[in-house]
Design a protein. Structure first.
Length: 283
């Protein structure tokens, strides 16, 4: 993640055992591409995937950020992935199945002396739900946290992650909310999980807009077709930017005020904080 640059809105997963898919992802409008060595790559193909990553062409100035999702801590594949990272020019590493801040700190230590930004997926095991506060001050390399329901549902032995009405069941809503709060407490970017049905654009748009309104600043994607709607959902509209600028300007003109009128509505300090966040996300 470039220091001082805009936060990635769309994080596009692509299996690293397909050069064709990786090149297509790099040509997309995604802000960040995650080359996956974990769930989307069968064990028999992981060695080949590592070789393909090394053979990727040199980076261009206009392509997405390059990230790699490695295999979980404690696995043989994880140790092989660590050796691979030494040969890659990437923007950061995605650590799956993290169960607490100690996992991130241990991983950062294993990367030393290289210091790579870390995006941790923090809700994929049963134990992980009890450690979301532990990411605060765990490691300066941690820059983003996201959540996942698929691995969590498998870990819990669930037959479905959905309630009778079609919405996420309570357990997964809880995981999502804990990820958001944990990331904000850790002062890192909160990333919403994947929307699995890549053909349902209307559903994706609704979910991404809801995530943005709740405080998430980006979303995971599993197909290039999802990138555009995600980018749009996490980019403030011109109207939102103008309103945010008006709030900031009003408080700059009267810095000692507690409450002001902007656009015919009363605004206070929480509105100022929100306005500054909108401007920080504008591109």
């Amino acid at each position: 993640m470039s220091e001082g640059g805009p936060l990635p809105r769309s994080w596009l997963f692509v299996p690293a055992d397909s050069n064709k898919k990786m090149m297509k992802a790099l040509a997309s409008e995604a802000d960040a591409v995650i080359f996956d060595l974990e769930d989307s790559v069968a064990p028999a193909h992981k060695a080949m995937a590592r070789e393909l990553l090394v053979l990727l062409p040199e980076r261009s100035d206009r392509e997405p950020e390059r990230w790699v999702r490695i295999n979980p801590l404690g696995t043989d594949a994880h140790r092989d992935d660590l050796e691979l990272l030494e040969d890659l020019e990437i923007d950061g590493v995605v650590l799956p199945k993290a169960e607490g801040g100690d996992d991130v700190a241990d991983f950062a230590a294993a990367l030393a002396p290289r210091s790579l930004p870390i995006h941790a997926i923090v809700t994929e095991t049963a134990a992980s739900l009890f450690g979301l506060m532990s990411y605060r001050d765990c490691c300066s390399s941690l820059v983003a946290m996201s959540w996942g329901a698929e691995d969590l549902s498998a870990a819990l032995g669930a037959s479905s992650k959905y309630a009778a009405g079609g919405e996420l069941a309570f357990t997964y809503k809880l995981a999502r909310s804990l990820c958001l709060a944990g990331a904000v407490a850790a002062e890192v970017q909160p990333i919403d999980g994947v929307f699995a049905d890549f053909r349902d654009e209307a559903g994706l748009i609704a979910e991404a807009r809801a995530a943005a309104s709740e405080g998430f600043t980006g979303k995971l994607a599993i197909h290039p077709a999802q990138v555009g709607p995600i980018n749009a959902a996490f980019t403030p509209t011109a109207e939102e930017i103008d309103h945010a600028r008006a709030i900031v300007a009003a408080f700059e003109a009267e810095p000692d005020a507690g409450v002001l009128s902007v656009g015919g509505k009363m605004v206070d300090w929480p509105h100022l904080i929100q306005a500054r966040q909108v401007l920080a996300r504008s591109r």
